[in-house]
Design a protein around this ligand. Structure first.
Ligand SMILES: C[S@@+](CC[C@H](N)C(=O)[O-])C[C@H]1O[C@@H](n2cnc3c(N)ncnc32)[C@H](O)[C@@H]1O
Length: 294
């Protein structure tokens, strides 16, 4: 059994993400060291905010980060921030933080599955809604409500200088960031057999998945992923999930334990977000990672 206490980490990713695991970066750093990997390729096949990967890249712990997400909006957002950063920064500078603009950006986001939506425009709308909606949940209401009456308003999480700084840092590292939009399990089958790879797998949750994320998992998706990960039990991966019997049973042959992390996605309103109570999650280790940490 391995104990992981996740603490509030630094914020390297420009995205807020419900259940974001940036706080695990320090645990991954010591795991990568224990495994004896030298600046490995770090892959997040269900990336979302990809907070931990970006932090590890900034610290020079990993040599390359693969950010994969099947959600077209999340993918467009990463692609735009990393590969089209000059245009993205221009949009950041000139787009106002108003309810009218929020509605505009929401309209763009709602068309995310349309082939004619420009990727930069969609990517920026995703970022805008992520930073101005409650708990960073795309599809949730605007912080402060349409009346903007409370003490937390639309701009509570949108400090343009701080965000510009984070995007500029990403742009500097763009040669070391690969952004893809494939099925996570397929991406893992491709990367896990390679040398010097470390995967952090954070798929949609079993219980809360459908309300938090746009592309939630069905039971068969959890089973398919388990088949891939158990099939590559002797490669380097760490998996986190919500506490669910299905997961305990799918990974019963692996090292599996509970850990707590700072978590805010189930709370309503920006004010409550500051309280950040901890919730229990499951962490599953590949054989190689479990051995290295023993
Ligand atoms: C739990 S979130 C990841 C959170 C992220 N690791 C973080 O800490 O910020 C799961 C992500 O998986 C994506 N997703 C859902 N189904 C997928 C699939 N089949 N392949 C790849 N990504 C998928 C969702 O769009 C969502 O962004």
């Amino acid at each position: 059994m391995v104990e992981v206490i996740a603490r509030r980490g630094s914020h390297a990713s420009p995205l807020r993400y419900p259940g974001g695991k940036a706080t695990l970066a320090r645990f991954f750093e010591s795991t990568i060291k224990a495994l004896g990997l030298d600046k490995p390729t770090y892959i997040e096949p269900y990336a979302g905010g990809a907070g931990a990967g970006i932090e590890l890249l900034l610290k020079g712990v990993v040599g390359m980060v693969v950010i994969n997400d099947l959600d077209p909006a999340i993918h467009a957002c990463w692609k735009a921030m990393v590969k089209d950063s000059d245009e993205f920064l221009r949009l950041l500078k000139r787009t106002p933080l108003t309810i009218e603009e929020w509605r505009n950006q929401r309209e763009i986001y709602r068309r995310r599955h349309d082939a004619d939506v420009d990727p930069l425009t969609l990517g920026f709308a995703t970022f805008y809604l992520n930073r101005t909606s409650r708990s960073g949940v795309l599809g949730a209401g605007v912080i402060g409500g349409f009346a903007q009456a409370g003490s937390y308003k639309i701009d509570a999480r949108f400090d343009k200088d701080v965000l510009r700084d984070r995007i500029e840092k990403l742009a500097e590292l763009s040669g070391k960031i690969r952004v893809t939009k494939q099925d996570g399990a397929a991406r893992l089958s491709e990367y896990l057999p390679k040398d010097n790879v470390f995967a952090y797998v954070d798929p949609p949750y079993v219980e809360k998945g459908s309300s938090l994320y746009m592309s939630a998992f069905q039971e068969q998706d959890h089973i398919k992923l388990a088949r891939v990960l158990n099939g590559y039990a002797n490669t380097n991966w760490v998996l986190t999930y919500d506490v669910a019997e299905l997961i305990r049973s799918l990974y019963r042959a692996r090292d599996i334990s509970e850990f707590r992390l700072l978590y805010s996605a189930h709370l309503r309103g920006a004010k409550d977000e500051l309280k950040r109570p901890s919730a229990s999650e499951l962490i599953v280790l590949s054989n190689t990672v479990a051995d290295a940490l023993r």
